[in-house]
Design a binder for this molecule. Structure first.
Ligand SMILES: Cc1cc2nc3c(=O)[nH]c(=O)nc-3n(C[C@H](O)[C@H](O)[C@H](O)COP(=O)(O)O)c2cc1C
Length: 346
């Protein structure tokens, strides 16, 4: 069955789930335009996640997906944590701010408990997707029993094979161009495959339908990836500028005025691609200490960004963006989808 039939959508265009940037309004606009809307709920509390799902259901009766993180939770190495705190200390002192004394685990993994699973079973979105790994077998079975489609990001062939073997319905092939976190299962193992190569590799070796993600900004690029074997495309960066996203004014400005990106682990503890700012220039020196585990590292980064932005310095934001951000256009979600469709049909 084609991906459009499975998901009951009209167009093979997904907006990426983007924790912190997705909103019910953006998700609903994309779904109402015939694509697949998305909520990035990996960093949300249960109550906030429920609120977002219910709000989206009020705004659209069309299918949308929700997204969670399946990282392996690891215990924090206290020595790494202290070294990292000391390393970032001068940046806090520059704003006369207290340097944090410890790092917190700011959100759990979907693998840690079944509360998010219960929420999904209760609210019944059409599909649920996962980043950084595969849910537990009992979680996949429960979603299947509820007729909720499952999707997992893969960044290489072994991850794609593991996803297929686990019985997941759809593989999201995330290339190295992608904005935001690399979906790699093991943060220390990254083959950095580009989107077009990854789509060909996975679609040749797996039966599951493949969605291409990473660096797609226009319909020509989307059409090319569909030709190479993808059944749909997923775009994140292209939608961040939409009025209905949650991006701050400084983030929006950076997308248009500083459209150069780099992957860094210094912000969250996992590699992620974003606009080059103070993180890369001040902290990513060749001799910098090892970052503590994800999401502990993210805790101190968010605190530094908050303090800095209160002081008018916006260069410590996690302004995630894909490597083709320079091709970004100022278009609202419905217009962007119509434009993509026009370009895809040319
Ligand atoms: C701002 C932003 C936040 C993201 N957050 C998530 C997320 O919460 N979950 C997820 O699975 N992927 C997330 N991603 C990655 C996307 O799923 C996707 O791989 C990426 O947007 C594709 O590349 P593009 O941004 O160049 O279109 C995020 C991407 C961006 C740009």
């Amino acid at each position: 069955m084609s991906i459009l039939k499975k998901l009951e959508i009209r167009h093979p265009i997904f907006v990426s789930p983007m924790a912190g940037t997705s909103t019910p309004e953006l998700a609903a606009e994309v779904s109402n335009a015939g694509g697949l809307g998305a909520l990035g709920l990996g960093a949300s509390s249960i109550d906030n996640a429920r609120e977002q799902i219910l709000k989206t259901q009020q705004l659209t009766d069309q299918p949308f997906q929700v997204n969670f993180f399946c990282h392996q939770s690891v215990e924090l190495n206290q020595q790494d944590a202290q070294t990292w705190i000391n390393y970032l200390g001068p940046a806090f002192s520059k704003f006369n701010a207290q340097v944090p004394s410890h790092l917190n685990c700011i959100y759990p993994s979907f693998l840690d408990h079944d509360d998010f699973l219960q929420l999904v079973l209760e609210t019944r979105p059409k599909a649920v997707s996962f980043h950084f790994g595969i849910p537990h077998p009992h979680q996949i079975q429960a979603l299947k029993n509820a007729n909720i489609l499952t999707m997992v990001s893969a960044t290489n062939l072994p991850e794609a094979k593991a996803i297929e073997h686990a019985g997941i319905d759809i593989i999201v092939a995330q290339g190295i161009e992608a904005g935001g976190h690399r979906g790699i299962f093991n943060p220390k193992l990254d083959g950095a495959i580009k989107t077009s190569d990854l789509v060909q590799l996975i679609s040749h070796h797996c039966e599951c339908p493949v969605v291409a993600a990473g660096g797609i900004m226009n319909g020509q690029q989307a059409k090319q990836l569909l030709k190479l074997g993808a059944q749909a495309v997923q775009l994140g960066t292209a939608f961040i500028q939409c009025k209905s996203s949650n991006a701050s004014a400084a983030y929006r400005q950076a997308l248009f005025n500083q459209p150069l990106t780099q992957i860094t682990s210094s912000i969250s503890g996992r590699p992620a691609r974003g606009i080059i700012n103070q993180w890369q220039s001040l902290f990513d020196h060749p001799d910098r200490p090892c970052v503590p585990a994800y999401p502990y590292t993210y805790d101190i980064a968010k605190q530094l960004h908050q303090i800095a932005s209160q002081n008018g310095e916006h260069g410590f934001g996690a302004f995630w963006a894909g490597s083709h951000v320079a091709q970004i256009r100022e278009l609202e979600a419905t217009d962007l989808i119509n434009q993509l469709l026009l370009e895809m049909s040319a």
